[in-house]
Ligand binder design. Structure first.
Ligand SMILES: C[S@@+](CC[C@H](N)C(=O)[O-])C[C@H]1O[C@@H](n2cnc3c(N)ncnc32)[C@H](O)[C@@H]1O
Length: 282
């Protein structure tokens, strides 16, 4: 650490060496660019982990030592994975790109592959599933699914808790109300309010199209069982990575493409994919 950074840390009233060690560990392990984490969420998760350790008599410095010895898949690494990456997402985010996939790419791919197999789409870094369900809704809206074309949309994310929520298809009604650009009447058509709660759930016909898995873009072996995809969407994920990790993730993503497959990055991330620029829509 530079002397200036160290001075800043000591002056910062929120500075906490255990939190710093926890965050540094997670940045290294998950290839996250420095400082791109949610301090409150990290503090809360760290408190939970330390409280559990304290029950066994673990001190703060024991905790840091355990952290430093943690392997990639240790419970501590997995706990850090739940809280540190930025999971911000929303329904119909960057609608123009999703529309292009639903109305142009998917029908063209379906025509090419025929009815022998489904068109397969991956949302890499799907967070709590909004991107996956948005695409499924747009495919219904474009009448692509109604006329029986088989399609599979798979969401994958590092965070098991986000994947669990995505699988449930349950969202606060307020999240749906925040959306400004979307197909007319989509809330009632695709979701059903849950009794006695401010929650709503994706209808079964929408959920049937979508599946979710835990996987790490930095470790291609964790993605291998998902198979190959005609379209791989990876939006607003690589911008949170340090450059080396972004290139590793891009390599994993290219490895998931079926022949003639299309990689779709967000507008902000397309420049990272320069050697393969012709493939990216974003
Ligand atoms: C900002 S969200 C983007 C969600 C969605 N793609 C969108 O554009 O709205 C980034 C997601 O990438 C996930 N992520 C970060 N690193 C990952 C990794 N190595 N493997 C898989 N997912 C990762 C995070 O957990 C988070 O849910």
């Amino acid at each position: 650490m530079s002397a200036l950074a160290s001075l800043r840390e000591r002056r910062d009233p929120a500075f906490d060496p255990t939190l710093t060690a926890f965050v540094r560990f997670a940045e290294r392990r998950f290839g996250l660019a420095a400082g791109r984490w949610n301090a409150l969420a990290a503090r809360k998760r760290l408190n939970d982990l330390m409280a559990r350790g304290a029950e066994r008599g673990e001190t703060a410095s024991d905790f840091v030592a355990r952290l430093e010895q943690s392997t990639e898949d240790s419970p501590l690494a997995l706990a850090a994975a739940e809280v540190l990456p930025n999971g911000e997402t929303s329904f119909f985010r960057d609608l123009d790109q999703l529309e292009a996939v639903a109305r142009v790419d998917v029908p063209a791919i379906a025509e090419r592959v025929g009815r022998d197999r489904p068109v397969r789409i991956l949302s890499a870094g799907c967070s709590t599933g909004e991107e996956v369900y948005s695409l499924a809704m747009l495919l219904f809206d474009a009448s692509f699914v109604r006329w029986g074309a088989p399609v599979e949309i798979v969401g994958v994310d590092l965070r098991a808790e986000a994947v669990e929520q995505a699988r449930s298809g349950v969202y606060p009604i307020s999240d749906l109300r925040r959306v400004s650009h979307a197909p007319v009447g989509w809330e009632r058509r695709f979701f059903r309010a849950m009794p006695g709660a401010e929650l709503t759930r994706a209808r079964p016909f929408l959920r049937q199209l979508c599946s979710f898995a835990v996987g790490d873009l930095l470790r291609p072996a964790t993605l291998a069982r998902l198979g190959r995809f005609d379209v791989v969407l990876c939006r607003n994920v690589l911008i949170h990575f340090e450059p080396g990790a972004a290139q590793t993730a891009l390599q994993s993503l290219r490895g998931l493409l079926a022949p003639m497959g299309r990689l779709v990055l967000s507008h902000a991330e397309a420049a990272l994919n320069r050697p393969f620029f012709g493939e990216a829509i974003g």
